[in-house]
Ligand binder design. Sequence first.
Ligand SMILES: Nc1nc2c(ncn2[C@@H]2O[C@H](COP(=O)(O)OP(=O)(O)OP(=O)(O)O)[C@@H](O)[C@H]2O)c(=O)[nH]1
Length: 577
Amino acid sequence: TSDIDIEQELTRVGELLKSDPQQARAALAVLESAQAHFSPPQVIHLLILKSSVLGFFNQHHERVAYLNGFIDRVQDPNIKSKFLYHLSTSYAALGEYERALDAMNTSIALLPRVTDTIAKITSLQAAVTLLNSLYAYSEALSYANRMYDLPLLNQDLSAKCIASADRVEIYMMLKQRSLAREQMREAVDLCDKNGRTYVSQIVHSFAAIDLIDNQEYQSGINAGLTALRAFPSSMHTDYVSRLEDGLARAYLLTGRLVAAEQYGHLAYQHATEQKLAQETEKSLETLAQIKRAQAQYSAALGYAEKALAQKNALLDEQFQKNVAYQRVKFSMQDQSNQVALLEKQNKILAIEKQLEKKNSQNLWLIIALVMVVATALGLYLWKVILQKNFFRRTTQIDGLTRISTRGHFMTSAEEVVSVRNKVVSLILFDMDFFKRINDSFGHPVGDWVLIKVCQTVSAELRDGDLFGRLGGEEFAICLPNTDVEMAWQLAQRCRAAIAAIDAEPCGFQFPLSASFGIACIDQNDNRQFSTLLEAADKALYQAKSEGRNCVVVSNLMGTADIAHYQAKSDERNCVSA
Ligand SMILES: Nc1nc2c(ncn2[C@@H]2O[C@H](COP(=O)(O)OP(=O)(O)OP(=O)(O)O)[C@@H](O)[C@H]2O)c(=O)[nH]1
C-alpha cells in the first residue's frame, strides 16, 4: 500500500462513517491491520477515526479506555483537544459528569496553544453542549461568547454562526425571550452566509418552538412544519424531538387532536430512541394531555404515570449532574485560587527583584555619591594646598625681587648655621645712595634697579647658597661650606657685577654700586647666627663709612686674617668718606 492509498482510504472511511457506519467499521478494521506502515500523521488520523466509530456505535466504555490508552502521549494541542472532546462526550454519555468536565476543562486550558480554528470551535462547542446538559447555562453562555469573539480567519463565519445558535438555545433555556429572538435573526443570517444551513435549520426550529410557547400557535405550526421538513429524514436529534413535541402541543391547544397525537408519538419515539431523558419526559406529558383531551382517561393516566417516573429519574439525574458540576466547579475555583496565589507569589518575587535592583542601583548611587564627595574633597584639599603654597610663596618669596623674604632667609640661614659641620660665611650688602636714585628718577626706576641687582647677584651664586632681601635695598647671602676667602672673592665678583650694570634700559644713565660686609663662622665656634649677623652688619657699616662700593671682612668671629684683607685694600675699592 502506497502513502496515497492509505491517505485515500482514511478519507473514505471518514466519509463512510456518515453514510454507512457499518461499512466504515469494517474498512477501519482493515486499515488497523496495516497500521505498521503508517506515517505518524496517518496513525493520528486512524486513531481519530477509530474513536469516532466507537462513539457512533455508542461504545463509550471502549472509547474511554481506548482514548485514555494514548491521550497523555499526544503533544500537538490541536489534536489533543480533539481527543479530549471525544473523551468528554463519552464520559457525559456514561453519566460520568465529573470526568466529562475534567476532560472539558483540560481541553479549554489547551485553547491558547491551539492554532486550528476548527479545533478551537470544537473545544468550545463541546463545553457549551456539556454545560447545557448540566443546566449550567450561564457558564455555557460564557463559552458561547468566547467562541463568538474568536478572531475571524479568512472571513470564515463558522465560529460566529455556531456561537449565535448556541446563544439562541441558551437564552431560550434561560427564558430570556427577547434576547433569544434578537439572536435568532443574527444566527440565521450568519449561518446562511457561512453555508451552514443545517445550523440555520436548528435555529428555525427554536423559532417555531418559541412561537408556540408564546401562544402564537398557527404561525408556530407553519414555521415548525417548514423546519421539520428541512431536517434530513435520517436525523433524529433532540432538536427534532423537541420540535415534534412543540407541534403536538400547538395542535392540541388548537383542538386538532389527530395531528397532535401523531406528532406526540413521533416526539416520544425519537426521544426514547436517542435516550433523551428530558425530551422523553416532555413528550410523555404532552401525550397524557392529548389523551385527556380525547377523554381516554386511563391511557392519559398511563402516560402521566410514565411521565412522573421519568421526571423522578430526571430529577435524580439533574441532582447527580448538579453535584458533579458543583464539585468540579469547586475544584476549578480551587485551582484558579492556587493560580491566583502563584501569580501573587510571582508578583512578590518580581517586586523583590525590583527591590534588589533598586538596592543595587542605590548602592551605585552611594558609590557615585562617595566618589563625587571624594572628588569634591580632593579638589577642596588641592585648592587648600594650592592656597597654602601660594601663601607660603608669598611669605617666603619677596614679591618684587623674587628672592627669599627676610623671615624665610633668617629661618633658613639660622638652620644652616646651627647644623653646620664646616665653615659658613654670611655676606650682607646694601645699595649705595639708593635714596638718590629714587629721588632723581622715581620709585619705579628704584624698583627696576633692585630687580636687576638681584638677578645679577643670583647669577653668581651656587645651588645651596641662600639669598634674601632683609628690607629696602639691603640683602644677605648665606654660604654653607664657604670659608672667608671664597666669600671675599664672591663678594668682589658681585660688587664688580653690580657696578657694571648698565642702567640704560630703564631710560636713564647713572652709576650703581653696593657696599659689602662679610663675617665667617667655623664648625668649632659655638656662637649662633645672630652673632654672625651682627658681625657682618658691622663690617657692612664699616664698608659704608670707608667710602662705599667696597668689601669689608669682619674679624669679630676670629676666623679671618684681617691684616691680609686690609692689605688688599686696593682691591676693596673703598674710598675714604
Ligand atoms: N624704589 C624703591 N625704594 C626703596 C624700596 N625700599 C626702600 N627704598 C628706599 O631706599 C632708600 C634708602 O635710603 P637710605 O637708607 O637713606 O640709604 P641710601 O640712600 O642708600 O644711602 P646709603 O645706604 O647710606 O648709601 C629710601 O629712600 C627708601 O625709600 C623699594 O622697595 N623700592
